[in-house]
Design a protein around this ligand. Structure first.
Ligand code: MN
Length: 721
């Protein structure tokens, strides 16, 4: 292709200064790619040139055409976005950068899908939401790559074709760009199913002469008839594209019908000036040829794919053969051919802005949903079933139109309108008649959702795919979230009970300690804490252990009344040369207390004695026996009264006290009390270092045979013998 072809094409709809900009972009790209070749052997510049020509055929703005010319320079030529921005401005640089990012994506069909590919799709939609022109340029890029796919090694061809069929063609369809959609489909089909493709292609070719003769006759008859009725109309016969013929053949096969070689390959299109003319023309067509019942669709009253509008009918035409006729206005035709791209063809504030907004409404919806979708796979499923699938159009009782994937139910409809409406749905009426909730909606249905205040929420059945209650991933996700939330409420309840019980056993109050516990677990809400415990991710024991350690580290003993035994306790926590396990004793001559400067004196038989640093004995003693010592953190002991309820048996008390002394914990008082029915109550006071040790001890005592419960007793005095 010569660049002049492109310049001539853009000159048809852009002013001279914009054409000059495009010439500049071409010169820049040509220089950047000079010397590079495509796999086909062509100079590389042919590729961006073709892509730009496709963009120009959609009559997109000058920035888009320029960006299409430049779309590969960042990737392949070492040009920086900054350079582009300086030369062509930030808008074009941004478009090129966006397209380059999308170009790096590889998308394989479902079986080879993994999270990163799903993530790519997500990125594509985000890019599209930012500036849909990026995706249109990408589609033009892909179209040329598909046209030159023969140059790729065979194993790559099928992968690229599948990717095009699965993602790019539906995307073009959803953006309403029919021109790109059909060619992408036909090219993909050629590589995915070459036999069928060539079979249909040669069928189309072999019947060309008779088809053209036939369509010529029909055109003449209809044009004449429309003129007689004073209608200004354009009548065009057109061959269907190959992939749509293939789909029609498959549909016929499924219905057991035979495919007619001539008549099913073509369709007639009538383009008129006004909507009223459309219905007039329909009447004229139906007056000429008998319409086939059930083959009429009014996409003017019920726009398809958000904005596609036309009247479709099939009539028994010459030779009693069925012929499909589409009737639309020029404006509808333009929207049908160019879709979203039509937005850039006119000034803002026209009717096309509304078209544009509605074309992209589904995109915003998708981006909203993606936040709810748990996994990347769910996102892909949602794109495929909720966005790319065939749509049905139904009405609310107030007459608002909603598009849903074909096969959707009243429940899908309810969830589309509002999540709560779905949750509380107890029944539905379609066109005034009660229907089951898994009833399949049809085009034009008026759907009314019945709710009840006493509704207990969604049913588990709704998630069973065999029962067909829900078609859309979006609605299924809402139902799943509802169940998750309800389970969470139950878990919170259970977790709270468990934690409360554990704390009560230790004589602590949940309300008082909750802020500390949350901080220690790095959680913001009490519900999160309870839910974690309820689910079993966290045990109440772990919570109290952590709490105890933290409070003890802050020297904020949470147990009352320390045991006053300074001598022993202090001696146990002196560090000699940095070590705490040396045998030490407090010197009787100077009796240092914590805080005094101290020094150690190595004795022959009693380890190290601790003196005040200014003790006279030390000053007069042998200097080589002195060692540096320091006060450790003073370890205090706290008395705690325990109440143990157990089945009375021989050796019970011995087992309990042995276990406690194994833990190196002192027992300072024991008392037992018969409770009758062979139950006995043991009260004992232990001297513990704190909650951490205590909870460990409680769990161990619980493990003793016969023990029914262990709790801290409120009144420690009563526990004393
Ligand atoms: Mn490219």
């Amino acid at each position: 292709m010569e660049p002049d072809e492109l310049f001539a094409r853009v000159a048809e709809y852009l002013p001279p200064d914009k054409v000059a900009l495009i010439r500049e972009a071409y010169a820049f790209a040509e220089e950047a790619h000079r010397g590079q070749m495509r796999l086909s052997g062509e100079p590389y510049i042919q590729h961006p040139l073709h892509a730009a020509y496709t963009v120009a055929n959609l009559q997109l703005d000058a920035s888009s055409v320029a960006a299409a010319l430049l779309h590969d320079v960042l990737e392949d030529c070492g040009i920086t976005p900054q350079q582009l921005s300086t030369k062509f401005g930030p808008e074009i640089a941004r478009l090129v950068e966006g397209t380059t990012k999308l170009a790096k994506m590889h998308w394989r069909p479902a079986e080879g899908r993994d999270a990163s590919q799903a993530e790519n799709l997500r990125k594509m939609f985000l890019a599209m939401a930012e500036d849909v022109r990026v995706v249109i340029i990408k589609l033009a890029d892909r179209l040329h790559n598909m046209r030159t796919l023969d140059a790729q090694p065979p194993e790559k061809r099928v992968r690229i074709a599948a990717e095009t069929m699965e993602i790019y063609a539906p995307l073009a369809n959803r953006l309403g760009i029919w021109q790109l959609k059909w060619e992408l489909e036909d090219l993909s089909f050629r590589y995915l199913n070459p036999e069928k493709y060539h079979e249909i292609a040669s069928l189309v070719a072999s019947k060309r002469a008779s088809r053209e003769k036939y369509i010529g006759q029909v055109e003449a008859i209809l044009s004449e008839e429309l003129r007689k009725h004073g209608l200004n109309a354009e009548v065009k016969g057109r061959a269907k594209h190959i992939y749509s013929i293939y789909q029609k053949i498959r549909k016929y096969e499924a219905q057991g019908k035979s495919f007619n070689e001539i008549y099913d390959l073509l369709a007639l299109r009538v383009i008129v000036d006004t909507v009223a003319d459309c219905y007039n023309a329909l009447g004229i067509v139906h007056g000429l040829w008998r319409p086939i019942p059930g083959q009429f669709d009014d996409y003017i009253a019920n726009p398809k794919d958000s904005m596609y509008q036309s009247l479709h009918t099939t009539v028994m035409c010459l030779g009693a053969r069925p012929l499909e006729v589409q009737i639309r206005t020029h404006e509808m035709h333009e929207i049908a051919e160019y879709g979203v791209a039509a937005h850039w063809r006119y000034k803002e504030g026209t009717k096309r802005d509304r078209v544009f907004e509605e074309r992209l409404a589904w995109l915003r919806r998708l981006l909203e949903w993606q936040r709810d979708l748990a996994s990347a796979d769910d996102f892909v499923d949602s794109v495929k079933t909720d966005i790319f699938a065939d749509q049905v159009f139904v009405y609310t009782p107030r007459g608002d139109i909603k598009d849903l994937p074909a096969g959707s139910t009243p429940l899908d409809f309810a969830y589309r309108i509002h999540t709560e409406l779905g949750h509380n749905c107890v029944g539905a009426k379609v066109n005034g008649r009660l229907v089951p909730l898994n009833h399949q909606l049809q085009n034009g249905d008026i759907v009314e959702i019945l709710t009840s205040k006493n509704s207990r929420g969604p049913s588990r059945d709704w998630l069973n795919p065999e029962l067909n209650y829900l078609k859309t991933t979006h609605a299924r996700e809402k139902v799943r979230a509802w169940f998750k939330k309800r389970e969470r409420a139950e878990n919170i309840e259970r977790g709270r009970e468990l934690l409360e019980k554990e704390l009560r056993r230790l004589g602590l109050s949940l309300n008082e300690k909750l802020p500390d516990i949350l901080k220690l677990q790095h959680l913001d809400s009490a519900d999160d804490l309870y839910a974690k415990i309820g689910v079993g991710d966290l045990s109440p024991h772990q919570v109290t252990q952590r709490l105890a350690q933290a409070l003890e580290a802050q020297h904020e003993p949470i147990l009352p009344v320390p045991v006053t035994r300074p001598q022993r306790a202090v001696a146990a926590s002196i560090h000699v040369n940095g070590q705490s396990d040396m045998l030490t004793s407090i010197a009787r001559c100077c009796t240092p207390v914590p805080g005094d400067p101290i020094v150690g004196y190595v004795t022959r038989s009693r380890g190290v004695t601790i003196h005040r640093a200014d003790c006279l004995n030390i000053l007069n003693g042998e200097k080589e026996r002195l060692v540096p010592v320091e006060w450790g953190s003073a370890e205090q002991l706290y008395p705690v009264a325990l109440r143990i309820v157990a089945v009375d048996r021989v050796g019970l008390l011995r087992d309990i006290t042995t276990l406690i002394s194994d833990e190196k914990v002192n027992v300072s008082g024991v008392r037992t009390q018969e409770r009758g029915d062979r139950e006995t109550c043991v009260y004992l006071t232990v001297e513990t270092t704190g909650i951490a040790q205590l909870t460990r001890l409680l769990h161990k005592i619980e493990g003793v045979r016969g023990v029914l419960s262990v709790t801290r007793s409120r009144d420690s005095l009563r526990a004393e013998v």
